[in-house]
Design a protein around this ligand. Structure first.
Ligand code: ADP
Ligand code: ZN
Length: 785
């Protein structure tokens, strides 16, 4: 305990603040949106920004870990409340030897905290993987060496084992800590137990030290390396690379939007751009959507760069820690990863690439609710680096930035490399498809005929259905009863087997077709499906589409084909890699599954892609529904006929006249954008205006209503007082009005500039809102559920 300490009336450990004290400010990753000052005792000083400390917190002085966010605060600038008589609590210990985040990343954290309205402590904590904070996978290895004056103690060395050990240490030259050798090796070499070593240590003949070692494991399953032959860039690619090189040479922050159709060679341009960055002595980060981080993609980069680090959810905790440490220690030149890799602790950043920049999965759906694409741009700006945003269907926001911001430039790759043609697009209007006994066939007649032709030619097909499960819901045909989730306002999805602990399936014993469980995709709760309707006793039927039902239909209709299903229920890490390998080597004929299939895969033998229902996202009450539908069809179409063989895409829909579908059928991106922008403009929506969505949640509906009304009034008064113009809608019930027993209401704020939202929320944060209702603020939301 520190010498300064005394107890106050409340039993809190407080210390007098006087000149010469070390005061730091600490942010915590839970609870309050505020920071607190602490004193650092001399023996723990210095403590720097980005290091974690353990401190007593709150009335009960619970030991809590927080990040130091400011150091060396002069006493007169410290947060010291008058009532506490200029006393501060004292830091108990310093957790990290070195700051976990450097200056740039810290500035980035401050920006995120302010822009996305999230406490700084939560942002900082989210920027460092949990495995790193816990130190998972770090093993302490015991090393030994001979004490400096061991010769003088020679007569104390007894027994043959002790003599052997000392002789070996001498032979190995282990005379100092720097040349210490691994204990395990010595024991093995001398066939000794630990006892003689302990004895030698007691006699001060040898000394022991510990060294931290990181267990690094192979990231890609062995035996799956693909050799990549070098290619000559085509004119469009050369042009894009020239543009990027100029920007790199300028040494200033700028953004290149690489707008290139699928297979136009964007990835090749990223790789060349990274080579240029490395030549200039700098480093690069490449962000990809989680589902595009396949072994294929990782391999492609690792075959071109010697020192890469990978960060994605397929890694286990110790691998994740090892990869992070590798980056932190400067041993990685290129980091490839999903969303959170934007926080990779890379020094000397020259380039950040965001592939598939339009992907909604770049948005984190818990605090901090950041969009990694936008954070990437900000990070590049803070580091004076270049940023490439690549997509075949750039988001409207990015296209708008190209017009509105001078540091954004767009470069097009309009043609596929190899000159391979775009696939032929065929529309199937499901309204005119005949019904069968089971309701609607998922595979229409024209699609089935084409599938037969493809299978006969020994080519492959991908069938895509954007719904997990066997069918959408369980329905009683006589009394219209549907199974609903107890906790959420949604119908349950039927899964043919029970979902096991790790999201895998276990078979349930039982023969009846309806044996399975009904799962809520929001809260994860599951119940066994009764065979008969509990209200009227009639047999249940399944309605709707699901990836499991699709798989089954394929098996029945094409008994000779090998089918595999890919979705987040059936896939886990290595299995997924293995399955893709089987498919790429022709052991599987048809892949059926959810949109996991739409990304990052390259299979030259795929000549047919069937989109079972192009409408699924159009039914969502979200203003981006059209954009998502266009993107999905376009991305999927890109999977077909990527090489010499010509591909066909079948698009099945109930809404053939929807503009998103019509434009996607002809691949007319510009036409779609023009049409869509008109709507966005009239409705004051992004990219022209900015949005914030506020969701309030409470188990008690009256509390919720009250809190929502209060919040709306507070927002109105802040806008009024500060002369800010915005459109505020709500409170209204959220699209899903109940999740996990919490009722949900929503307020939406639309403003013409991000600065207006920023000022509004800055003020709002300073108000102490006294409510037990949970309030979630989402800036630039990607959906409004
Ligand atoms: P995208 O990222 O736009 O989908 P890729 O960079 O993955 O396109 O390129 C698609 C395929 O074409 C890859 O197999 C790649 O190796 C190859 N490729 C890219 N550029 C060239 C080129 N200039 N000449 C020949 N092949 C190329
Ligand atoms: Zn639920």
């Amino acid at each position: 305990m520190s010498k300064y300490q005394s107890d106050n009336l409340f039993g809190e450990k407080l210390t007098d603040v006087c000149a010469g004290n070390h005061i730091i400010r600490v942010a915590f990753d839970a609870g309050v949106d505020a920071e607190f000052d602490y004193l650092v005792p001399d023996e723990l000083w210095p403590v720097g920004i980005g290091q974690r400390v353990e401190v007593p917190f709150g009335r009960k002085n619970k030991k809590q870990t927080g990040f130091c966010v400011q150091a060396g605060i002069p006493p007169e600038k410290s947060f010291i409340s008058v009532s506490k008589a200029k006393k501060l609590k004292v830091v108990l210990s310093v957790v990290d030897k070195e700051p976990l985040l450097d200056g740039h990343l810290f500035s980035l954290a401050q920006w995120i905290s302010s822009y996305y309205v999230c406490p700084l402590g939560i942002v900082l904590s989210a920027m460092v993987p949990a495995a790193v904070k816990k130190g998972t996978g770090i093993k302490k290895e015991k090393l030994i060496y001979l004490a400096p004056d061991f010769e003088k103690l020679a007569e104390k060395i007894r027994g043959s084992k002790q003599k052997k050990i000392v002789a070996l240490l001498k032979e190995l030259g282990a005379f100092a800590a720097e040349s210490a050798v691994e204990l395990q090796g010595i024991l093995a070499e001398t066939s000794s137990t630990i006892a003689p070593v302990d004895k030698l240590a007691q006699q001060m003949i040898i000394k022991t030290i510990y060294k931290e070692v990181f267990k690094s494991l192979p990231v890609i399953p062995p035996g799956m390396m693909i050799q990549q032959q070098s290619v000559t860039l085509n004119d469009d690619q050369k042009n894009a690379l020239e543009h990027i090189k100029q920007k790199l040479d300028s040494g200033k922050f700028s953004v290149t939007v690489l707008f290139g159709v699928t297979d136009s060679g964007k990835t090749e341009v990223y790789i060349r751009a990274i080579e240029e960055v490395l030549k200039r002595g700098k480093k690069a980060i490449v962000l990809l959507p989680e589902i595009a981080l396949t072994a294929q993609t990782v391999q492609r980069f690792s075959s071109r760069f010697a020192n890469i680090a990978v960060m994605h959810s397929g890694l286990n905790a110790s691998q994740r820690n090892a990869q992070w440490q590798k980056i932190k220690n400067g041993q990685a030149d290129v980091v490839i990863g999903a969303r959170s890799a934007v926080f990779a602790p890379l020094q000397n950043l020259g380039l950040v690439v965001v592939d598939e920049e339009h992907e909604p999965s770049y948005k984190q759906d818990n605090a901090p609710r950041y969009n990694a694409r936008d954070v990437a741009v900000k990070r590049a700006q803070l580091a004076d680096a270049h940023c490439i945003l690549g997509s075949a269907t750039p988001s409207l926001e990015t296209l708008h930035n190209c017009q509105a911001k001078k540091h954004f430039a767009i470069v097009r790759l309009p043609k596929r490399v190899m000159g391979s043609s775009f696939p032929e697009m065929r529309l199937v209007d499901l309204k005119t498809s005949p019904l069968t006994g089971k309701g609607l066939d998922l595979i229409s007649k024209p699609l089935a005929e084409q599938l037969n032709i493809v299978l006969e030619r020994k080519e492959q097909a991908i069938l895509l259905l954007n719904r997990r499960g066997y069918s959408n819901f369980v329905f009683c045909p006589s009394c219209k009863y549907t199974l609903h989730c107890r906790n959420c306002d949604v119908t349950l999805t039927f899964h043919k087997m029970r979902i096991g602990d790790k999201g895998r399936f276990e078979t349930i014993l039982g023969k009846h077709i309806s044996t399975g469980s009904a799962v809520c995709h929001y809260c994860g709760s599951q119940t066994l499906v009764p065979e008969k309707c509990p209200l009227c006793g009639a047999s249940f039927i399944m309605i709707g589409f699901g990836s499991q039902r699709l798989e089954e239909e394929v098996k029945v209709k094409f008994p000779n084909a090998v089918v595999a299903r890919v979705d987040s229920d059936s896939m886990a890490g290595e299995d997924y890699y293995r399955l893709l390998k089987d498919f790429s080597e022709g052991r599987i004929n048809i892949l059926a599954g959810t949109q996991m299939l739409a990304k990052g895969l390259h299979f030259p033998n795929v000549t047919l892609v069937g989109i079972i229902s192009a409408d699924t996202s159009l039914y969502l009450p979200d203003f981006r529904a059209n954009e998502r539908t266009f993107q999905l069809i376009n991305q999927v179409a890109g999977r077909a006929g990527r090489c010499e063989k010509k591909g066909v895409v079948f698009v099945q829909t109930f809404l053939p006249d929807q503009p998103a579908i019509k434009f996607a059928m002809t691949g007319n991106f510009d036409g779609f954008i023009e049409e869509e922008l008109k709507h966005r403009k009239t409705c004051h929506l992004p990219p022209f205006w900015r949005l914030a969505s506020i969701v309030l949640m409470d188990q008690k509906f009256d509390m919720l209503e009250y809190a929502a009304k209060e919040l709306r009034e507070l927002i109105d008064s802040i806008l009024h007082q500060n002369n800010l113009e915005a459109i505020v809608r709500g409170p209204m019930p959220a699209t899903i009005s109940r999740i996990q027993r919490f009722h949900r209401m929503q307020i939406i704020v639309q403003a013409q500039t991000p600065q207006i939202l920023q000022r509004l929320f800055d003020c709002l944060r300073r108000h102490e809102i006294k409510t037990s209702t949970k309030i979630i603020i989402d800036i630039d939301p990607v959906h409004l559920l």
